[in-house]
Write a protein that binds this ligand. Structure first.
Ligand code: HEM
Ligand code: HEM
Length: 191
């Protein structure tokens, strides 16, 4: 069975699926790490977790960028013909919001890091990253920190609604919407 890289009218392509699920998996790790690390006692050893969080967050930002870039070339499968107009619109608005949040969450973290200017930001200890504020910006610190936290919870909320909608498609409407985003199609499915 061939697994085309590009999406077609019926199915998501391999690349769109890989981006989708890789980002979901990394977000789970990243969100959990973020929530846990801020509760740890402020000892020098926690710096390791913060540094890891920043590099993983920048990786998610890069993946989001690549994903959106690919999405501009790729098409998306058609919604089931039975889907009412308001649901199609709702899904599109939700997806657009998820894309915005995939950028806004890591960018706000990066902004906070730049505003504090505590340590140089070096992606995985290799690639020096520029400061978004060009040096310490005490006025921005609190706003960026609050924004990072609230944008994260907005992402959790929208993603939960999105996942619930996917499950409703699968178990209530019994259509192809969830199945065609899953990594493997069942043998016998048309490609
Ligand atoms: C999609 C990517 C990201 C997610 C899901 C994420 C999520 C989180 C979460 C849930 C927290 C805990 C918030 C709280 O309860 O106070 C947090 C804190 C933090 N994040 Fe991120 N983050 C991401 C990207 C980044 C990036 C790219 C940076 C910096 C380059 C960053 C820097 C920080 C810092 C410094 C804190 C600690 C804030 C504090 O001291 O309270 N994050 N992040
Ligand atoms: C943080 C978690 C998630 C994010 C950020 C996310 C993001 C997205 C985005 C942006 C799209 C639109 C793709 C495009 O048009 O290019 C999408 C599609 C989709 N997602 Fe997620 N997703 C997440 C979690 C989940 C989960 C947990 C499920 C399953 C329960 C799921 C199922 C789907 C399905 C089935 C589609 C295709 C919808 C369609 O054909 O219109 N997603 N996702």
């Amino acid at each position: 069975m061939t697994m085309p890289l590009k999406s077609n009218a019926m199915h998501w392509g391999t690349l769109a699926k890989t981006f989708h699920w890789a980002i979901v998996a990394l977000l789970l790790v990243q969100g959990t790490l973020g929530l846990v690390m801020v509760e740890l006692p402020k000892k020098p050893s926690v710096i390791t977790y913060f540094t890891f969080h920043k590099s993983l967050g920048l990786t998610i930002l890069l993946l989001a960028l690549l994903r959106l870039g690919w999405r501009l070339f790729d098409r998306r499968p058609e919604e089931p013909a039975s889907m009412p107009r308001w649901q199609v619109t709702g899904a599109r608005v939700g997806h657009a919001l998820l894309y915005v949040l995939l950028f806004a969450v890591p960018l706000s973290g990066w902004l906070f890091d730049s505003a504090t200017a505590l340590r140089p930001l070096v992606w995985w200890g290799v690639v020096p990253m520029p400061s978004l504020t060009g040096g310490a910006a005490p006025d921005l610190k609190d706003i960026a920190k609050e924004a990072h936290e609230w944008l994260f919870w907005t992402l959790v909320f929208v993603a939960a609604g999105h996942a619930a909608a996917a499950l409703v498609h699968h178990f209530v409407h019994r259509d192809e919407v969830l199945r065609r985003m899953l990594p493997r199609r069942r043998a016998g499915d048309a490609t």
